[in-house]
Write a protein of this length. Structure first.
Length: 413
């Protein structure tokens, strides 16, 4: 199966400048344009944890990512559809991207069996490796689809390419993903090859189901294919070529990206050059500063990750530099630390977010120590703005042909 993307009105992508492999672009959807490279904030259950959609938009976030599996279970795609789709249901006027549910095959299955997680320990070769003991899988993967137990009540459900597309049609996101299987860093090459071929067959079924159905909410939707193949070069290249030849509107890079960050960079080196140049490229589940910069340099356009919100709930505020103007290790500070108890400065010097304009480190630390939920809200707003400012600087540096200087300034390389 090959050809042009299915509905040019659903999504257009224009590359405005190229700097090596890096691209400055404009992604246009029925709910507005996205300046790329861009970070996509995660609102798994139709909400960015702890903050209102107005606050998310105010922080400069352009796109939200919602999860098909979670919304299918609760409150149900049919209910969301009756309320006019996700945009109306959650009061978000900008573009929305939905996952296919394929990652939940991983998180309820191989993630449990292998004791690895997408965020905490996606790279088990990195030190320290934060892994958990293996457990019993809650899924059964077959050619026709995936049988799984709900994490909410233990009820049994089946997801297939056809079900995933039907749910995403009902949810009404601007960009939806083909159903795929996400593999673990601990899967061997033989299993990864079998899984990749199954993902390719599911991609064809996702396309057929998408083409046979119609949008439910009065505007077209775009469909992304997902490249798999683990950290095996032959498989990644085969998957990139196969998925890239199908008439998807965009391409996502997913699955096991290797045991280390260097492995992930190699995966991108193998994959991205084989993808269609005229279509947008999304890297699933990656959101740390070094990885974003390295991926942008290799030609990736958009990213999603829970790191800004998850770190915020744990007291970590994103900053580029410490109080002495030096690069901050890990790009974050722990606001629970006693040294901030009397610090009246903003979370990050020079930040223009609503939190930094009005609240001090000392106050936010007090909120954490007092278990006040406002702490989570304030740091989430800051972390989202940090990511938006980072991407604004990336886009400006690409426009002005000084991305290498920005990367060196941020990473010290």
């Amino acid at each position: 199966m090959c050809g042009l993307p299915m509905d040019p009105l659903a999504l257009t992508f224009t590359v405005q400048a190229r700097r090596g492999h890096a691209r400055l672009g404009l992604l246009t959807t029925p709910h507005g344009a996205v300046r790329t490279p861009a970070f996509v904030a995660v609102g798994t259950q139709a909400a960015v944890k702890g903050v209102t959609p107005e606050a998310v938009a105010g922080a400069g976030t352009q796109v939200l990512f919602a999860n098909t599996y979670h919304l299918y279970l609760r409150p149900g795609a049919e209910l969301v559809a009756r309320h006019g789709g996700l945009h109306r249901f959650m009061n978000w006027s900008g573009p929305i991207l939905t996952d296919s549910g394929g990652f939940q095959v991983f998180s309820l299955g191989a993630s449990i069996e292998h004791g690895v997680g997408k965020v905490a320990s996606i790279f088990p070769g990195e030190a320290p490796a934060r892994r958990t003991p293996g457990g019993d899988s809650m899924v059964r993967i077959r050619e026709d689809g995936v049988r799984f137990k709900s994490h909410i009540d233990g009820s049994l459900h089946t997801f297939s390419p056809e079900v995933s597309i039907a749910v995403q049609r009902a949810l009404g996101a601007d960009m939806v993903l083909a159903f795929d299987e996400c593999t673990s860093p601990l899967h061997d090459e033989a299993y990864t090859r079998t899984s990749m071929h199954r993902t390719h067959r599911w991609a064809e079924r996702s396309l057929a189901a998408f083409e046979a159905s119609t949008p439910q909410h009065g505007y077209p939707q775009a469909l992304y294919g997902v490249v798999q193949g683990g950290a095996f070069r032959e498989l990644r290249e085969q998957s990139a070529t196969t998925i890239g030849a199908m008439p998807f509107d965009g391409i996502a890079i997913g699955g096991n990206l290797g045991a280390t960050l260097q492995d992930m960079y190699a995966v991108l080196d193998w994959t991205v050059p084989l993808l269609p140049h005229e279509r947008p490229r999304h890297l699933l589940g990656i959101g740390d500063v070094p990885s974003i910069l390295e991926a942008v340099e290799r030609g990736v356009d958009t990213f999603d990750c829970v790191t800004p919100t998850r770190n915020a709930r744990n007291g970590a505020a994103f900053v580029r530099r410490n109080d002495h103007g030096e690069r901050q290790p890990g790009f974050r500070i722990n606001l629970r630390n006693a040294r901030f108890a009397d610090d009246l400065g903003p979370l990050e010097a020079g930040c223009d977010c609503a939190t930094c304009r009005s609240y001090s480190r000392a106050y936010v630390r007090h909120l954490f120590k007092a278990n006040e939920q406002l702490a989570h809200q304030l740091v989430t707003v800051h972390n989202l703005r940090f990511m938006a400012r980072l991407m604004e600087d990336v886009r400006t540096s690409l426009a002005e042909d000084r991305f290498a200087e920005l990367k060196a300034d941020l990473l010290g390389r």
